[in-house]
Design a protein around this ligand. Structure first.
Ligand SMILES: CC(C)(COP(=O)(O)OP(=O)(O)OC[C@H]1O[C@@H](n2cnc3c(N)ncnc32)[C@H](O)[C@@H]1OP(=O)(O)O)[C@@H](O)C(=O)NCCC(=O)NCCS
Length: 240
């Protein structure tokens, strides 16, 4: 039984043209935040008090505006799958802050934003985590590598040409964050305790956590917008 055979199909969609979500499939939307239509009165109506309060807490008003746009589009996309008006949707949060729909049946979703991009992923039957990162130069790349990478990965990175290291580092970072987010946990899981390896791959990758292979989970790179890295992590259905 190959892992590839059972991994969900990841379908990249335009947010203006959603389609019904089927079992065994992940819908993914990658959207420039600056391109999300911004209708203040619609957003005022659609978002709840908590979301408005959160938007207002950003020191930079542009960040607050972006949060509202990202939430507005999340509500719009969710409404395509659960057939409830966007302003009626209610969220709950895991103890680590992962949002899920109150009474949302089997719908799973996750989102990630960085700089001007936001990625949303939806599935009926798979736990999901998505991560997108803008590849900004790191002031202390070596320190970040020690924080994010397992010992084996650090050795792999040391053997690389200098110009390849940043790319490989962000590849690892997004894979691991996607996995942490799929588990619904936080960075306290320990990025260094997750091992996935630095190599490029279009296939689902095996996840190792605390030196044990987790056969129910995979991570997968997604072709990112230029200057970004992006990955999804998810689990296989329980019946394997
Ligand atoms: C999950 C986490 C790794 C994401 O960090 P990030 O790369 O900065 O953020 P991303 O843009 O990729 O993702 C943010 C989105 O993921 C979702 N999210 C938040 N917490 C999440 C979690 N624990 N698991 C999965 N998804 C989560 C939210 O939708 C959030 O969007 P929002 O901020 O607009 O509401 C980080 O926020 C974290 O470690 N959180 C846990 C904090 C914690 O341990 N809290 C315990 C209580 S003290």
């Amino acid at each position: 039984m190959s892992e590839q055979k059972h991994s969900p199909e990841i379908i990249l969609l335009d947010w203006r043209s959603t389609r019904p979500l089927q079992s065994g499939v992940i819908h993914l939307y990658v959207v420039p935040i600056s391109g999300i239509p911004h209708n203040e009165s619609e957003l005022n109506f659609m978002l709840n008090q908590d979301e408005h309060a959160r938007a207002d807490r950003f020191i930079n008003p542009e960040h607050g505006r972006n949060f509202r746009k990202v939430r507005g589009l999340l509500r719009h996309l969710l409404t395509q799958y659960v057939d409830v008006a966007p302003q009626i949707l209610e969220f709950n949060y895991t103890e680590y802050g992962k949002p899920f729909l109150k009474g949302g049946a089997d719908l799973q979703f996750n989102l990630s934003h960085s700089r001007d991009m936001v990625a949303y992923a939806f599935s009926l039957d798979h736990e999901l985590g998505v991560d997108i990162e803008y590849m900004r130069p790191q002031k202390d790349l070596d320190g970040m590598i020690r924080y994010v990478c397992s010992e084996k990965e650090q050795v792999e990175l040391k053997a690389m040409k200098e110009e390849e290291v940043m790319d490989a580092f962000y590849r690892l970072w997004t894979r691991k964050e996607a996995f942490i987010k799929a588990c619904g946990r936080g960075l306290g899981m320990g990025l260094r305790s997750i091992h996935v390896g630095t190599g490029e791959s279009r296939l689902p990758l095996v996840v190792e956590y605390k030196n044990k292979i987790l056969p129910m989970w995979f991570m997968q790179d997604i072709k990112p917008p230029i200057n970004y890295k992006m990955a999804i992590s998810s689990n296989y259905p329980n019946d394997i």
